[in-house]
Design a protein around this ligand. Structure first.
Ligand SMILES: CC(C)(COP(=O)(O)OP(=O)(O)OC[C@H]1O[C@@H](n2cnc3c(N)ncnc32)[C@H](O)[C@@H]1OP(=O)(O)O)[C@@H](O)C(=O)NCCC(=O)NCCS
Length: 112
């Protein structure tokens, strides 16, 4: 949970994609992790907190969990989120449909 001045503003979730029971990411190798990130209120966005959350989450995936890659699944139409992830070193991998959602998967590879 992310807080600003003691107030919860958003969350970030780290997911071991190969191990989590719903198999949301399908059949992936050990070492593949995924991140979900959300800041709830429009007024709390665009203040740099999301980037701090994302960088901390990626660092934790890599340094604590030994992730060899980190995936995110923004909606294909969410071009602002694409920019956000690319600024943090993620690269687009390709389109993918999750449930009813058209997404554009991005990947971060440590050391790249
Ligand atoms: C994406 C998100 C986590 C970024 O956190 P943030 O604190 O707003 O981001 P920062 O202040 O660190 O960086 C600003 C950048 O975030 C992105 N951003 C800001 N508001 C956004 C919004 N409403 N939707 C999507 N991306 C947004 C943009 O890339 C923005 O840069 P820009 O102004 O040049 O377009 C946050 O805006 C959010 O939760 N948005 C709505 C939900 C969402 O799209 N989540 C991603 C799902 S994969």
């Amino acid at each position: 949970m992310a807080e600003r001045d003691g107030r919860p503003i958003g969350f970030v979730q780290l997911l071991d994609a190969a191990a989590e029971p719903t198999r949301y990411w399908g059949d992936v190798s050990a070492g593949v992790w995924a991140i979900d990130i959300w800041i709830g209120a429009e007024g709390d966005r665009g203040r740099g907190d999301g980037m701090r959350m994302l960088r901390a989450a990626v660092r934790r995936c890599v340094e604590h969990h030994g992730a060899t890659e980190v995936l995110v699944d923004p909606l294909a139409a969410n071009v602002r989120a694409h920019r956000f992830y690319r600024r943090a070193g993620f690269v687009p991998v390709g389109p993918r449909r999750f449930g009813g959602d058209d997404c554009l998967v991005h990947r971060y590879t440590p050391g790249s």
